[in-house]
Design a protein around this ligand. Structure first.
Ligand code: UTP
Length: 276
């Protein structure tokens, strides 16, 4: 059974400067809830209660968010405002939180390898909290954990993107097992549209088997001089099996201003405009 979920949150969030100069991008709110809280809610809904963060400098606010604020709680005790903290309190009660630091930002693959100390030798989920996902019926990570239980190998979430966007993603080639499930045969990190072998882009949800750590240890820096998880997954797909899953639901790239605004509008419509 999978119980652990890793949140790499050490990145600089340069696409969102100056907002992210002194504040982690994962704390940016969609309506009144930080992105990272949506991510942890999704992990909990998938049954993953051991939450591990790979943090970096300037990310203290994330630790504080998943802790009790006694002064604040004392201040609002007995008022209607207590309700606003119910969701985060439930997460604090039902999950455990561990933290390790990535000292140098050497890429997502390196961040995941840094998380080995909190994961150990078992399969685990990975959530990139700036990719905000809303599953249809079931959360996206929950859908992936079910697939993992069926295939017992790494599962990565994919989405069809417009051709002119492929340079922002890892792109896969795969043999279709069914409509939404592919066995990965090739992967390219951030290909130019003319070089992209498909428009099936990897988004920020993974279920990984622990052999990925040994592979990551051997993975040389790739595109942009960073250790790419895509390169390690390609290696894993060659020696074993990696499943790519076209999830049911919607995803917003909240690491970009346009995606963030789209997510905000989507959530506002869902939450406040329903009864109008
Ligand atoms: P991104 O490239 O989307 O995040 O990395 P970033 O670097 O923070 O953002 P920009 O591009 O400068 O705006 C994907 C995820 O991997 C994490 C990031 O925190 C993000 O969740 N990451 C990336 C790390 O934890 N460490 C790294 O060295 C790189």
């Amino acid at each position: 059974m999978i119980t652990k979920c890793l949140f790499p949150v050490a990145g600089y969030g340069t696409r969102f400067l100056p907002a992210t100069k002194a504040m982690p991008k994962e704390i940016l709110p969609i309506l009144n809830k930080p992105l990272v809280q949506y991510g942890v809610e999704e992990a909990l809904a998938a049954g993953l209660t051991n939450i591990g963060f790979v943090t970096g400098r300037g990310k203290r606010a994330i630790e504080d968010h998943f802790d009790v604020s006694y002064e604040l709680e004392h201040q609002i005790a007995g008022t209607g405002k207590e309700k606003a903290l119910e969701g985060i309190r439930e997460l604090i009660e039902r999950c455990t939180f561990s933290y390790t630091r990535q000292i140098e930002m050497k890429g997502l693959g390196h961040a995941i390898l840094t998380g080995r100390t909190v994961i150990g030798d078992e399969p685990f989920g990975v959530v990139l909290a700036d990719d905000l996902c809303f599953g249809e019926g079931e959360g996206v990570l929950g859908q992936m954990v079910r697939l993992f239980n069926q295939f017992r190998c790494s599962v990565i979430a994919i989405e069809e993107v417009p051709r002119d966007q492929t340079h922002n993603y890892g792109v896969i080639v795969g043999e279709a097992i069914s409509d939404n499930i592919f066995r990965v045969t090739d992967m390219v990190e951030k290909p130019a549209p003319q070089d992209a072998p498909s428009n099936l882009a990897i988004i920020g949800r993974y279920v990984l088997t622990p052999d990925i750590f040994e592979i990551l240890e051997q993975t040389e820096p790739g595109k942009n001089g960073e250790v790419q998880i895509t390169d390690a997954l390609l290696q894993q797909s060659k020696s074993g099996c990696v499943i790519a899953y076209k999830f049911k639901g919607r995803r917003f790239d909240c690491g970009s201003v346009a995606g963030y605004v789209a997510a905000t509008n989507f959530c506002y419509e869902q939450k406040y405009l329903k009864d109008d």
